[in-house]
Design a protein around this ligand. Structure first.
Ligand SMILES: *[C@@H]1O[C@H](CO)[C@@H](O)[C@H](O)[C@H]1NC(C)=O
Ligand SMILES: *[C@@H]1O[C@H](CO)[C@@H](O)[C@H](O)[C@H]1NC(C)=O
Length: 225
């Protein structure tokens, strides 16, 4: 841990800062929040990430794609009024007021953690992180096989093909009813294996993909005797 020592002087002898760091190169680091607008960013659209509290006269700010401030993840260095692109810049990013980061024409790969660092001059530095998830408007999942015969003790595996994004959930329906806590679900619910153990398994199945901004229902799959 870094140590901060308070130097006491007489009121007359000290004018501005009364904080001193025991190691000169070390900085005082404060955490800030980052607002994401809109809350659920959509592929093809834009997003603005705005640091919570920014001093008007910050000396330098930097944005990174990633959880740590590594130079290979640097998007921008902004030393008002100038800015310099980093290697992680995709040319879709711009800097706005208060060192906000705007990314246009989002792609799902933009999802992840973003880090901002703000140097307020001298030894004061501020860091913030935000996890941003880009959602796509889901197209209709494809459920295969479209039909199948279920023989006793012969399992059948239904496969629901949709986005493999971590924010896409898959739900299954049999004859229009949601299957809850269903045995045989695997691969993040992308597959459903019917064991062929009971006639209860016969029916018409559909799967539904959902993410924070959309949902889509598959074609039916008919399982008969
Ligand atoms: C299916 O499995 C059950 C339990 O293991 C067994 O009793 C039954 O004979 C099997 N049926 C067929 C057609 O193999
Ligand atoms: C899997 O399905 C269950 C039951 O419907 C649901 O509660 C769960 O959130 C689903 N998980 C994923 C990753 O789709």
């Amino acid at each position: 841990m870094r140590k901060i020592s308070l130097i006491s002087h007489t009121a007359a002898s000290i004018v501005s800062s009364c904080f001193l760091l025991t190691q000169g190169q070390d900085t005082i680091t404060a955490k800030i929040s980052i607002a994401v607008e809109p809350l659920n960013p959509v592929a093809g659209h834009g997003v603005t990430l705005t640091p919570g509290v920014v001093l008007e006269d910050f000396k330098r700010c930097r944005w990174y794609r990633g959880v740590t401030a590594e130079s290979e993840d640097l998007i921008f260095t902004h030393i008002p009024p100038f800015y310099v692109m980093g290697v992680a810049c995709t040319l879709r990013e711009t800097i706005g007021p208060g060192c906000s980061l705007h990314i246009r024409n989002l792609v799902p790969e933009d999802s992840g953690i973003y880090t901002v660092t703000l140097d307020e001059g001298g030894m004061l530095s501020t860091t913030g992180h935000v996890d941003m998830e880009v959602s796509e408007i889901l197209s209709r999942p494809v459920l295969l096989p479209v039909e199948s015969v279920l023989a006793e003790n012969r399992s059948v595996t239904l496969r629901c093909s949709t986005s493999d994004s971590s924010n896409v959930k898959v739900f299954w329906f049999k004859n229009g009813e949601l299957l809850q806590a269903q045995a045989g679900l695997s691969e993040q619910n992308r597959t459903l294996t019917l064991a062929g153990a009971s006639e209860d398994e016969l029916g018409t199945y559909t799967c539904e993909a959902r993410n924070p901004i959309s949902n889509a229902i598959s074609n039916p799959s008919v399982i008969s005797e």
